[in-house]
Design a protein around this ligand. Structure first.
Ligand code: COA
Length: 161
């Protein structure tokens, strides 16, 4: 399925998918997260948006990628749409020079853990941000807006194209 850059016109579709996929508060943050997102990706099926990825880019040395929100319309799950979205984001993060990409998942979210696990993400303790990036890591952690029950995952980009 084609993946493309999201545009302001996609926010209504994102809101529809996010409200069906997340609690209200998460859906609110997903919609709000579009502002300042990079990358912002949409997966279309027959011209209709069925999945989205809202990424974050933390500049600095080295730059850091973050998959902030991802969701797929429940009628289109288990077809590889999310995997294609994350894979495309990894390509873009790597091309721009990121050496690590992070994601946060709730521990009981099997789909999400399975998704990121299948793409080489591993659990990382939060203090790893401090170890790898020092004070900058703390500021990035704040901007990641991690909930207490979320686990931090990391994918190291040493083997990327
Ligand atoms: C998580 C989510 C985005 C996955 O979307 P998807 O398009 O169905 O995922 P894919 O088809 O690309 O699956 C890729 C891999 O993830 C894993 N996976 C996906 N759904 C799974 C499930 N329900 N249970 C266990 N593993 C799952 C599998 O390893 C799968 O590979 P496989 O199908 O070859 O076994 C989707 O379930 C969703 O929108 N959930 C609600 C929102 C959410 O929780 N987002 C993540 C936190 S921001």
């Amino acid at each position: 399925m084609p993946i493309r850059e999201g545009a302001p016109a996609d926010v209504d579709a994102l809101r529809r998918i996010a409200r069906a996929a997340f609690d209200r508060i998460y859906a609110f943050f997903a919609v709000r997260g579009v502002r300042g997102a990079w990358p912002f990706l949409i997966a279309d099926v027959d011209g209709v948006p069925t999945g989205f990825l809202v990424g974050r880019w933390f500049g600095g040395r080295p730059p850091i990628g973050y998959v902030y929100f991802i969701a797929v319309d429940s009628n289109f799950r288990r077809r590889g749409i999310a995997r294609t979205l994350v894979d495309e984001s990894l390509r873009r993060f790597a091309r721009r020079g990121a050496t690590r990409v992070f994601a946060a998942v709730t521990e009981e979210n099997d789909a999400s853990l399975g998704l990121f696990g299948s793409l080489g993400f591993e659990k990382a303790p939060r203090r790893a941000l401090w170890r790898w990036y020092g004070w900058r890591g703390l500021s990035v952690e704040l901007r990641m807006v991690l909930a207490p029950h979320e686990a931090l995952l990391v994918r190291t980009l040493t083997d990327t194209r």
